[in-house]
Design a protein around this ligand. Structure first.
Ligand SMILES: C[S@@+](CC[C@H](N)C(=O)[O-])C[C@H]1O[C@@H](n2cnc3c(N)ncnc32)[C@H](O)[C@@H]1O
Length: 277
């Protein structure tokens, strides 16, 4: 197992798993930037890790779905719902959203084929593929500065609900890893780019007029079998967040997933009304 930027990786997946993941990667239409920044590979890896850890992750996913359903029930009108970091749709109550809203917009940098297949019968779902840091083209030297990835949705008066769904922490580490691998580019860029990616997303959320629900892991704890804490990593790169409404542990890598005698547990926080908190 190796880990950079607070993210662990499985060291040696089985040959069958490698083949399955290669096939899924080959079949997925993806932005060139998603490939360059390793996000297609990460999306495929996360998809299969979620299948393997279905039981261990079930409580986390069900709390997220329940929270989004409760927030939805409080809304005075339900025209358009926007889910940021929709990914594998494990943490959102998709059926309820599709029934309750005129349109559901799913935004992610990668939409894997199994997700696209699941969405085929749904008439009121729209997929948007974009980089929600807005910074990857800039980092790669293809743009002069940060793009404003959510500008069209922020301007859309019909949006009544925005959910940032276990995305926030994921915006920083690919940028941190990429800068580490490209020292010649990083010297020409602000030194705190990963933290900026987190702060930009929070600012983007505050620009919506709609109800905004934020769910994100904020800390990773690496623990030994005897309970001793080996490491503790701030996944928000020091960016301040208001007090959360609730929080819970997410055993992202239980004992045996990444290392036989270490578990990696993330602390997830949720803000039911992020603009009002
Ligand atoms: C931890 S997963 C959560 C996925 C989904 N909410 C779920 O639980 O099924 C994080 C998601 O963020 C997406 N993501 C990561 N970086 C992104 C970026 N720069 N722009 C848009 N999406 C990104 C990933 O593709 C992935 O789907």
């Amino acid at each position: 197992m190796s880990r950079r930027s607070g993210r662990w990786r499985r060291a040696a997946p089985s040959p069958e798993r490698v083949l399955a993941q290669l096939a899924l990667r080959a079949l997925t239409p993806a932005l060139p930037l998603a490939r360059r920044f390793g996000l297609l590979q990460e999306s495929v890896a996360l998809w299969s890790r979620g299948l393997r850890q279905h039981k261990a992750w079930a409580e986390h996913h069900s709390r997220c779905r329940k929270l989004v359903a409760e927030v939805t029930a409080e809304l005075p009108q339900r025209r358009k719902a926007v889910i940021l970091g929709s990914g594998f749709l494990r943490d959102i109550p998709l059926n309820a959203l599709c029934r309750g809203f005129d349109e559901v917009v799913l935004v992610d940098i990668v939409h894997l084929p199994p997700v696209r297949l699941r969405l085929l019968p749904r008439r009121n779902v729209r997929l948007v593929t974009c980089d929600l840091t807005g910074a990857m083209a800039w980092l790669a030297g293809e743009a002069e500065g940060r793009a404003d990835p959510l500008a069209p949705l922020i301007a859309d008066e019909a949006v009544d609900l925005v959910v940032s769904a276990n995305l926030l922490s994921q915006l920083a580490w690919p940028v941190a890893d990429w800068l580490e691998d490209h020292p010649e580019r990083s010297s020409a860029l602000p030194t705190d780019m990963p933290a900026r990616c987190i702060a930009w997303h929070l600012d983007d959320l505050l620009r919506f007029k709609a109800r905004v629900c934020l769910i994100s892991d904020v800390e990773m704890v690496e623990r030994e079998r005897n309970g001793a804490i080996h490491d503790r990593i701030d996944l928000t790169y020091g960016v301040a967040l208001p007090p959360e409404d609730e929080s819970w542990p997410w055993p992202v890598a239980p004992f045996g997933e990444a290392e036989r005698d270490r578990e990696f547990v993330h602390r997830v926080c949720a803000w039911r009304d992020f603009r009002g908190s």
